[in-house]
Design a protein around this ligand. Sequence first.
Ligand SMILES: [Ca+2]
Length: 208
Amino acid sequence: MRKNQLAALAVFMLFASQATAQNLVDNPSFESPTVDMGSANDVWFRFGSGTNGTSSESTAMPRTGSRHIALELIGPNQFAGVFQNLNMTINPGDIINFTGWSKNASGVPFNATQEIKLEWQGSPNPPQNRVDVLTLGPNYEMFSHTGVAPAGTTGLVVTYAISSFGPGQQDRSLVYLDDITVTRIPEPATVMLLGTSLFGLIGLRRRK
Ligand SMILES: [Ca+2]
């Protein structure tokens, strides 16, 4: 392969890797302060159902660094979580991957629901992508949720929460959360167009 062909390929590879590698959330490991009032733009916002559903900053058992989030539910019909508005343009067709690490720290089997949500922003807001996970082990494990931005999407809020609305969910729940990653792959057509033009360039040079 000629040098210029390699260069064109390298540019394409670099673009592709950057598109997938860049983490779009601020404060991904919760090492900086979070908020529980005001704006959620580029900051983690903690929320809960009240006295029996709380979202707190913690240093008890971080996965990395020295801090993480602790979510606690006592009894049925409670919820607690964090969300962040990415505060950037997300286009319809963009592929979003939302991952993080969580663990059941209650000392008893997990008996709640992990809610992992991509809340697309728009006017009006497009339908969200949500997955519910009913299991969680005592050691940090990774969750992963991928969604494609629907028509009308202009932005994105990512939310991780636990809730106890399900049947029989009446135990105390304590979940630790750390190390969030949100990546965006532009609409496949855009990537393919770029790839096609680069490979076209290679063909053009080959003919010379
Ligand atoms: Ca951390």
